[in-house]
Design a binder for this molecule. Structure first.
Ligand SMILES: NC(=O)c1ccc[n+]([C@@H]2O[C@H](COP(=O)([O-])OP(=O)(O)OC[C@H]3O[C@@H](n4cnc5c(N)ncnc54)[C@H](O)[C@@H]3O)[C@@H](O)[C@H]2O)c1
Length: 237
């Protein structure tokens, strides 16, 4: 078992990729605490974009388990708009939930993490390449890639590794609206050279790998788990 005895905190654990990651971590022997804003979706209910709620959630985990070995900053929201159509409140919300939560959860979890601990941030393939109509979302994910690298450098001496995963389009409740449109689903699938969309379990497997001892010499990377989405343009031209 890759995470035997580890205390793993996962944000956005009530659905999609976070839920699959929580299940996989448990199967690998971890004690998992899931945090989610949705009532009843995880063991701790909290809005991870809110400093007071983050501090209280982390206090609860530490009181129960004494430490945090793995933090998976997975919670996120998506907005589909170009800059001129993006309202300012929506921009702020995406930045606060997607990027601000990585800052807040890491800030308050790191004091409870020791040598060998690990942080895995959920970025996105669209944080590496551009995509139309995702100005706020893609910017927040690009910033997570950069924040990951900075945190990796800042905490390497303390033996804490920090990496991020950049999924391609994955079939979860976040994308279900888009995927319900068969033509849009076919267009999205065509962006992935391996010929299918991601499954939450594909992403969970990468998170577990990065969190485990098998990745003990890996820090500061953005691991694309995307069926080739970020490899380049796939059209036969
Ligand atoms: N599905 C994809 O195609 C895809 C691709 C790349 C990256 N991602 C990223 O993966 C992560 C998980 O996405 P998903 O597809 O599983 O989405 P999802 O909507 O199925 O799950 C997201 C979870 O986060 C929770 N959440 C949202 N805001 C929160 C907040 N403020 N505080 C606490 N919890 C909150 C939601 O309640 C939900 O349970 C996100 O960061 C997303 O941006 C998803």
């Amino acid at each position: 078992m890759k995470l035997a005895g580890k205390v793993v905190l996962i944000t956005g654990a009530g659905s999609g990729i976070g839920l699959a990651t929580a299940r996989r971590c448990e199967a690998e022997g971890a004690a998992v605490v899931g945090v989610d804003i949705a009532a009843g979706a995880a063991s701790v209910q909290a809005d991870v974009s809110d400093s007071v709620e983050v501090r209280s959630a982390i206090r609860e985990v530490v009181e129960k388990h004494g430490r945090i070995d793995v933090l998976v900053n997975n919670a996120g929201v998506a907005v589909r708009k170009p800059v001129a159509d993006q309202d300012e409140e929506g921009w702020d919300r995406v930045m606060r939930v997607n990027l601000g939560s990585v800052f807040l959860c890491s800030k308050y979890a790191i004091p409870h993490m020791g040598r060998g601990a690990s942080i895995v941030n959920m970025a996105s393939g669209v944080g590496i390449t551009g995509i139309r109509n995702r100005a706020a979302y893609a910017s927040s994910k690009g910033a997570i890639v950069t924040l990951t690298r900075n945190m990796a450098l800042d905490y390497a001496a303390r033996g804490i590794r920090v990496n991020c995963v950049c999924p391609g389009f994955t079939d979860t409740p976040l994308t279900s609206g888009l995927l319900a449109d068969k033509e849009a689903a076919a267009r999205l699938t065509a962006l992935h050279p391996l010929g299918r969309l991601g499954r939450p379990e594909d992403i969970a497997a990468a998170v577990v790998f990065l969190a485990s001892e098998e990745a003990s010499w890996i820090t500061g990377i953005a691991l694309a788990v995307d069926g080739g989405f970020s490899a380049g343009h796939y059209a036969d031209v």
